[in-house]
Design a binder for this molecule. Structure first.
Ligand SMILES: Cc1cc2ncn([C@H]3O[C@H](COP(=O)(O)O)[C@@H](O)[C@H]3O)c2cc1C
Ligand SMILES: O=C(O)c1cccnc1
Length: 356
C-alpha cells in the first residue's frame, strides 16, 4: 500500500509553462501556422510531460500485461482461457501482431505475467517473461468480487514497479494486454465509472463473440455490477470487484510512468479500462496519457470521453496486445523530429510575412 500511496502523492501535473513555450517555438518553425495539425498538439503535450522542448521518443517500451479471467465460465467469449497462454508463447517467439508492429516502431516489448492461469515459470527463468503473477486468473465477477482488495493493490504496485525498473532505459511507455475474457471487466469498468449499472452500451464482440450472444454477455456483466456494487469513487474497489490482474498492472504502469514524468501511450479498449482506473486514482495521471487509437469496440468512445482524450489513430482495429499503441508510437517519433530538426524562419532565412 505504501508504494501506491507514495506514487499517487508524487504525481505532478504536466508542465503548462513548457507547453506554452513549445507552442511559441512551433510558431517560429518554417510552415504556415499550425500546418502540421494535431501532430503539433502532440508535440506540445510531449514537451509538457518531458519538461523540455527537445524531448526524445527513441527508446520505446511496450509493456504487455497478461492475465486470465474467471468470467469466461459464463460463456462471454468464444475462446477458452488456454489461448492466453498459447499467445504468451507466440509473443515470446515473436510471431504475434504486437511483435510485428513493435518491430515497425522499433519498440521493445516486455511481457508481464500478471495472472495467467498456467505455469509460466520456464519462460520466467529463461528471462522471456517478467513474473508478477498475483494469482492464476481472477474469480468470476458475476458471482463475487474478481479479486480481494489486497490483490488489487498488489496488481497496481506490480505495475508501478515495472515502470520504475524499466524507466531508466525508456523515453516512452506503451500499454498492451492479453487475457481471454478481458473485454468483460473492461465493459464493467467503463459502465461503473460512467455511473451506470447497465453496461449494454459498452458491450461488444471482443475477440469475435457471435452477435446473438451480446445480450447474454451484457446480462452477465450487469449481474456482476449489481452483485458487487463497486464504488465509482474508489478506483481500487472498482478494480477489485469487476477488474482483472492485467488491467490493474496497466493502471499501475500508467501511474508509475506519470510519477516519473514519462509519456505512456494507451492502447485500445482493455488498456483504456486500465487507464480509467489510473485516472480514478489520480486525475493528474491523465496528463501523461496519450490515447494511441480508437478501438472498434463500442464502449471505447465513452472511455475516451472519460479520459478527456482524442485517439491519435482511427483504423477500426480491435486486437489489443498494444498494437494500436505501437502504431501511434511512430507519431511520437514524428513529433520529436519536428521539435528537434525543423528549421525556424530565422535559421532558414524564410520570411514570415503574410502568415496567419
Ligand atoms: C488469438 C487471439 C489473439 C489475441 N490478441 C489479443 N486478443 C484480444 O482478445 C481478448 C479479449 O476479447 P474477449 O473478451 O472476447 O476474450 C484479449 O486477449 C485481447 O487482448 C486476442 C484474442 C485472440 C482469440
Ligand atoms: O481494443 C481492444 O483493445 C480490443 C478489442 C477487442 C478485443 N480485444 C482487444
Amino acid at each position: 500500500m505504501k508504494l501506491l500511496e507514495e506514487t499517487l502523492a508524487g504525481i505532478e501535473p504536466a508542465d503548462s509553462a513548457c507547453r506554452e513555450e513549445a507552442r511559441r517555438y512551433i510558431d517560429t518553425l518554417t510552415m504556415p501556422r499550425r500546418a502540421l495539425g494535431r501532430l503539433l498538439d502532440l508535440a506540445e503535450e510531449l514537451a509538457a510531460m518531458n519538461r523540455t522542448l527537445k524531448f526524445s521518443a527513441a527508446r520505446k517500451e511496450i509493456v504487455l500485461m497478461a492475465g486470465d479471467h474467471g468470467i469466461v465460465a459464463q460463456k462471454v467469449c468464444p475462446q477458452p482461457s488456454s489461448v492466453t497462454t498459447q499467445m504468451v508463447y507466440n509473443f515470446v517467439r515473436g510471431g504475434a501482431g504486437i511483435n510485428v508492429l513493435s518491430r515497425v516502431a522499433r519498440a521493445h516489448v516486455s511481457i508481464v505475467d500478471m495472472g495467467v492461469a498456467s505455469d509460466l515459470s520456464g519462460l520466467v527463468q529463461a528471462g522471456a517473461v517478467i513474473d508478477c503473477k498475483i494469482a492464476p486468473g481472477t474469480a468470476d465477477f458475476s458471482r463475487g468480487p474478481a479479486m480481494s482488495r489486497e490483490q488489487a493493490v498488489a496488481a497496481l504496485e506490480a505495475g508501478i514497479r515495472v515502470a520504475q525498473q524499466l524507466a531508466p532505459k525508456v523515453d516512452v511507455f506503451a500499454t498492451g494486454e492479453m487475457g481471454i475474457g478481458n473485454t468483460s471487466p473492461s465493459s464493467a469498468i467503463v459502465a461503473v465509472l460512467s455511473g451506470l449499472t447497465d453496461p449494454a452500451p459498452f458491450v461488444g464482440r471482443g475477440a469475435g463473440l457471435d452477435p446473438s450472444k451480446l445480450a447474454h454477455k451484457a446480462a452477465v456483466i450487469r449481474r456482476g455490477i449489481e452483485l458487487n456494487r463497486p464504488d465509482p469513487a474508489d478506483g481500487v474497489d472498482v478494480l477489485a470487484k469487476v477488474g482483472g490482474f492485467e488491467i490493474g498492472g496497466i493502471a499501475g504502469l500508467v501511474l508509475g510512468a506519470a510519477r516519473l514524468h514519462k509519456p505512456v501511450v494507451v492502447d485500445g479498449f482493455i488498456s483504456s479500462a486500465g487507464a480509467l482506473i489510473a485516472a480514478a486514482l489520480s486525475p493528474a495521471s491523465r496528463d501523461y496519457m496519450i490515447l494511441g487509437h480508437g478501438s472498434a469496440e463500442p464502449g471505447h468512445v465513452a472511455m475516451a470521453k472519460l479520459l478527456g482524450k482524442q485517439p491519435l489513430l482511427d483504423l477500426g482495429m480491435r486486437l489489443g496486445e498494444g498494437t494500436g499503441a505501437a502504431l501511434a508510437l511512430n507519431l511520437l517519433d514524428a513529433a520529436s523530429a519536428i521539435m528537434n530538426e525543423m528549421a525556424t524562419f530565422e535559421s532558414a532565412r524564410v520570411t514570415e510575412e503574410g502568415l496567419k
